[in-house]
Design a protein around this ligand. Sequence first.
Ligand SMILES: *Cc1c(COP(=O)(O)O)cnc(C)c1O
Length: 368
Amino acid sequence: MNKIPFFNLSEQTNAIRDEVDRAISGVIDNTAFVLGSGLEEFEETFAAFCGAKYCAGTSSGTSALHSALIAFGVGDGDEVVTVANTFIATVEAIAMTGARPVVMDVLENTGLIDPSKLDDVITGNTKVIIPVHLFGQCCDMDPINEIAAHHGIKVLEDACQAHGSRYKGRRAGSLGDAAAFSFYPSKNLGAFGEGGAVTTSDEKVVATIKGLRHHGQIIKNEHSVLGYNYRLHSMQAAVLGVKLNHLDDWNEKRRELAARYQANLEGSGFWMAAMHPDCEPVYHLFPIGRIDKEAVGKALSEAGIGWGQHYPIPVHLQPAFSYLGYSEGDFPVAEKLMRTSLTLPMFPELKLEQVDEVCEVLKSIPFT
Ligand SMILES: *Cc1c(COP(=O)(O)O)cnc(C)c1O
């Protein structure tokens, strides 16, 4: 066990134990384990939190992305654009529809989608753009929405790392035509298991997703389209409802920790994601880059400090996506960032003194 873990859920879980126990007991009492009033209640609360009109709970972030793409009519022969440095699930969801994932590079300072490169990749077959709010910072959505509108393309936010994050005062989940969230336990808002959601203000999109997640059934016993079993369990919705009340406080703690990292490492030569002045990030992760990853990882491990990699291999160089025909060097900014970065401990219960300790170790490593 590391002296300073990369991530740890036990303190947070213990702190809300009584509230969560009561919420879970409520689900056990009414036995509506799937698609009950508890789920609807969470969906309404989460939509309102995001500033969207509607929400559909799903079984994971991946199924949220997949069902949202289908709701936008994406299928065989279509193209969907996203970035090279995302988690593999973004690209899996595109491929699962039969569409072709089209990958693009990112901005060096933020690690987020570079809107000025969109026109290079959009073709007559492009149906959707998926900007990924990576590390918890929203993408620069105004130019993305503008370009999408100009081409008649939908925008699906991958908000799986950005619960509560703001762009120009508005939350992730209300910044495109729809947004996909993951409630994987380690996300800023995490279930006690798997979970996800789509938020949107488009009534038709939410209705389609609610059908798709329930075997394509909109009217009882009538399966109008090929569907899936993509429902969010009521027990998970109950847990998420409790945790949502704490999310803004937890995100504020993450911002304090990030500010401490930034103050400590300022001028040290490490790459840190620049924050756009229009954004209020939620620091799902805290990556540092432009480092000799092996040397830094070794020094951290020897000091008993946990660390992660998000993500060492870009999606276009993953064996599963070799059929797309990309090669090394196609997206140099993303590739370099991914090759030379690792992620530092970041979770709301981490202490400022622990951040100082991590930074002392980092500053003691001869910089290469
Ligand atoms: C976690 C994550 C997903 C997938 O969510 P799951 O709930 O694990 O299916 C998709 N995209 C990004 C950027 C993620 O971080």
